[in-house]
Every structure is written in structure tokens, then in C-alpha cells.
Design a protein around this ligand. Structure first.
Ligand SMILES: [Ca+2]
Ligand SMILES: [Ca+2]
Ligand SMILES: [Ca+2]
Ligand SMILES: [Ca+2]
Length: 465
């Protein structure tokens, strides 16, 4: 019985031998396994969570060949082709073995598993709101970005930047979708934002209506500098109110820097190629006391002049003697006495008293009762002191200034396009809500007293008959 079994076994094994012999050209026992290519990719780099695929091609594999993949000496697969999901970041040695009886081949690899690119904060501000003309800044922080990472910002599918951090000035109002993409090899992240661009003019422009009037509708601030009329006729808060709605009362702004801020019952539109408003003064030939004008649009719609001011640059603004960024501080003498001042160019002098006005010349109704500082531009009209004192007009662009067009308007007509920023660069304004007028010169005109701008009112020029 035992003899028989071993015979059967012999025949069975022999049969296999014969069968495999018939199916191959060569004897498997004599032809060792080998890799199809002697060169191979040794280093692999994958992102955490991705599948690592390695497909070594081997010649002369037989049915009894077994395979083994080891990652840092731990077996992770017994397939010939590796499909492995990287679940830990780091650098690993990977070994592949194919074994058949006494025959084997081995290959070593190095695998780097990178952490994926990701946003530092999973929560983010999705909605942005900016004002037309402002810069939209979006700064997504990203982790694990290799140096080769590229960035793309798109507005409605049009690329606007390749920087990681966006600095973008939208050129139209409306709401649009903004997409950010960071892309590295085989790895990318995307974030979407919603941006609303507000056009302050669309939101807050106050057009003229049937009931609109041409004159000043409200005084928002009256802060004169010291002067002979201050705290007296032409120099009180009541006098400021009296220039509302007309052009027959007089308001003095005192010496350099003293100002008044007013508004209208509608936005004064900047009409192209035309002057836009007129400010009435009491200038006459030989008696100009140039006041400087600043304008502002109520960008935040709150009715308060807390928005950007732009100065109207007149003819003297580019003159060499003109002082830009000028500042001057007056000290309250607390009595009828010269009012000392000190400027930011180390000049000091006084607003001089005269015998016609014997009150304290320092404004007693303003908040600053020890000293007050004004800032702006100082212009230098010519003061003629030979014989009858006179002050020459500046060429154009100032208030209470007897320029060539003064008699046409009975005042000084102003063009909003003269507006400049702090660096004297022109700015484009479609309309203005607030006007500030301040005395632009400083000097003593003898018996005329200090140079002090007067205004009698203002009109929207488009409403003047
Ligand atoms: Ca204009
Ligand atoms: Ca405002
Ligand atoms: Ca005056
Ligand atoms: Ca005057």
C-alpha cells in the first residue's frame, strides 16, 4: 500500500515536470529571474494619502514565484505590483523581493511621503467688501507648500495674479467670485471667495432734486484762527450760520489756517470741462486775502466730513516759495494782546492787535483754549507796503482773491478737477459733498489788520442763473 502511494506521487510530480517542460522553451531551473530593465526609478515621492504604485518588470517569473514588498522592513504587500496608500509622512526604504525556490531578485527604493499642501486655517473669511479704488488684500496662509508651488488667483475665471498673497485693485463695482489655487506636483488646494466692490458714488451720490437750493445748506465746523474780527462781528459761530442760504453776510476765518467746513443739500457734481461751484468773498482790487479750498465726497455716506480731503491746487501751489505740509500753532493770550504763533519752520511772530478791535483775538468758542494748531498749505501773495497798503491777487484757484474772473462770478469759481492728493497728484472726483475753506496766507497788512480770508457764501455753479 505504501509502495503504491509513493509511485502515484512520483507520477504526479513527474506530470507537473513534464507539463511545465512542455509549456516553456527553456528549463525554468536553468533560467534565473531578472529585471527587464537594469536601470530603474529608485526614488519615489508621494503625498500622504496618495497611492504609491511601483511595477517592476521581471523576466522568467514562474508560478511558484512569490513576491514581497517591505517598507522599513515591514511587509506591506505580496503582490508583484505595489499599490500602497501612504498613511504616514517621512522617508522610508522600500524593498521588493521576488523568490522562487533557490532563485530570487531584490530591488531597493527610497520613498518620501510628503504632507499635503493645506491651508493653515480651515476656517476662513469667505466674503470681502471693498470700496472701488481700494486695494483688495487676501493672504491665505499655506502649510507644506514646496518651493515649486505655483499660485493662481482668478476673477470670474480670468487670472489676475500669480502671487500667494493678493493685492488687487478692482476696476468696477459689483459682486464677483474670486478663486485661489495653490498647485504643486500632484497636489493642489482651492479656495473660493465672494467679493463685493462698492462704488461710493453709486451708493451715496445725492443728486439734485426739485427742492435743491444752490447755496450752503449747513455749516459743519467753524474754527477760525485768531484775528481782529474773531469773537466779534464776522467772527462768531452765529456769523458762520449766517452764510447758510445766501451770499450777503460775511464770515471771517482769521489768520492762516482758520477754516470753515460746509455742505449743500445735494452732492455738487463735477461737470466735465466746467467749473463747478463758486465761493463768494469780499475781495477787491488790491485787497486779496487768498483762501485755500479743500473738497471731499461723503464716501461712507454718514453725512459727516470724516472722509478723504483733497486740496484744490491753484496757481501758487507749484510755486517754489509755497509751504506744503505747513503747520502753525497759536497761543491764547487770554486778553486783548498780540497772539503769538510758532510754525513748523521755526518762524515765530504774532497776530497783531489794532486799536479798532479791542477784544481777545483768539477764538474763545473753540475747544482748544490754550493753543491751537492748524495744518495745510501756506501761499505768499505780494503785500505792497509803500504808501497805501495793498495785497496782490494770486493768479487763479483761491477764494477771496481778486483774480481776472472775480467780477464774472462775484467770487471765485472753482473746478473740482483741480483736486490733488497729498503728493499734488491730480485725483478724479465725480462729485463732492463737503467744502473746507481756510485762510492760505499769513501776514500783517498794516491798518488792514492780519490777512484773513472772508467768505459770504457759496453756490453750486450749475444752479446759478
Ligand atoms: Ca468740473
Ligand atoms: Ca463721511
Ligand atoms: Ca480779511
Ligand atoms: Ca477779504
Amino acid at each position: 500500500m505504501q509502495q503504491k502511494l509513493s509511485n502515484y506521487l512520483f507520477i504526479f510530480i513527474g506530470g507537473i515536470f513534464l507539463f511545465s517542460s512542455c509549456s516553456k522553451d527553456d528549463d525554468p531551473g536553468l533560467t534565473p529571474m531578472e529585471f527587464a530593465n537594469s536601470d530603474y526609478q529608485e526614488n519615489y515621492e508621494v503625498t500622504l494619502g496618495d497611492t504609491l504604485v511601483v511595477e517592476p518588470e521581471i523576466l522568467n517569473v514562474s508560478q511558484i514565484t512569490s513576491f514581497s514588498w517591505e517598507l522599513n522592513e515591514e511587509q506591506i504587500s505580496t503582490d508583484q505590483i505595489l499599490n500602497y496608500v501612504a498613511d504616514e509622512s517621512g522617508t522610508f526604504s522600500l524593498t521588493f523581493k521576488a523568490i522562487a525556490d533557490n532563485d530570487s531578485v531584490v530591488r531597493n527604493y527610497q520613498v518620501t511621503v510628503k504632507d499635503p499642501i493645506q491651508f493653515a486655517n480651515p476656517d476662513y473669511e469667505e466674503n470681502y467688501e471693498v470700496t472701488l479704488g481700494d486695494t483688495l488684500v487676501v493672504e491665505p496662509e499655506i502649510l507644506n507648500a514646496p518651493q515649486t508651488t505655483s499660485f493662481s488667483w482668478q476673477v470670474d475665471e480670468e487670472e489676475i495674479s500669480n502671487d500667494q498673497f493678493l493685492n488687487y485693485v478692482p476696476d468696477e463695482s459689483g459682486t464677483f467670485s474670486l478663486q485661489f489655487k495653490a498647485k504643486a506636483e500632484n497636489d493642489s488646494i482651492i479656495r473660493t471667495y465672494r467679493v463685493t466692490v462698492n462704488d461710493p458714488y453709486e451708493l451715496y451720490f445725492r443728486p439734485k432734486t426739485e427742492s435743491s437750493t444752490e447755496f450752503i445748506s449747513d455749516i459743519l465746523e467753524y474754527k477760525p484762527a485768531p484775528g481782529q474780527h474773531i469773537n466779534e462781528n464776522y467772527g462768531s459761530p452765529e456769523d458762520a450760520e449766517n452764510i447758510i442760504g445766501g451770499k450777503s453776510n460775511i464770515l471771517s476765518l482769521g489768520a492762516w489756517g482758520g477754516h470753515v467746513i460746509f455742505t449743500f443739500d445735494h452732492t455738487i457734481e463735477n461737470i466735465a470741462e466746467q467749473k463747478d461751484f463758486v465761493i463768494y468773498g469780499n475781495a477787491m482790487s488790491g485787497l486779496s486775502e487768498p483762501g485755500i479750498v479743500q473738497v471731499s465726497f461723503d464716501e461712507n455716506g454718514n453725512g459727516i466730513p470724516d472722509d478723504t480731503w483733497y486740496e484744490l491746487a491753484g496757481s501758487a501751489h507749484n510755486k517754489e516759495e509755497t509751504s506744503l505740509n505747513y503747520e502753525l500753532t497759536y497761543t491764547n493770550p487770554d486778553e486783548y494782546a498780540n497772539v503769538p504763533w510758532l510754525d513748523n519752520q521755526e518762524n515765530q511772530d504774532s497776530v497783531m492787535i489794532n486799536s479798532y478791535h479791542t477784544q481777545n483775538y483768539y477764538p474763545q468758542f473753540i475747544e482748544e483754549q490754550e493753543e491751537v494748531t492748524f495744518a495745510g498749505t501756506r501761499v505768499y501773495p505780494t503785500i505792497n507796503t509803500d504808501g497805501f497798503v495793498s495785497i496782490d491777487a494770486l493768479e487763479w484757484g483761491y477764494v477771496d482773491n481778486f483774480d481776472a474772473d472775480y467780477n464774472i462770478y462775484g467770487g471765485n469759481a472753482m473746478e473740482i478737477d483741480w483736486a490733488v492728493d497729498a503728493n499734488l497728484n491730480p485725483v478724479e472726483l465725480r462729485g463732492i459733498d463737503f467744502i473746507k475753506v481756510y485762510t492760505g496766507a499769513q501776514g500783517d497788512a498794516g491798518w488792514l489788520g492780519e490777512i484773513s480770508t472772508e467768505i459770504k457764501g457759496a453756490s453750486d455753479l450749475s444752479m446759478v442763473d
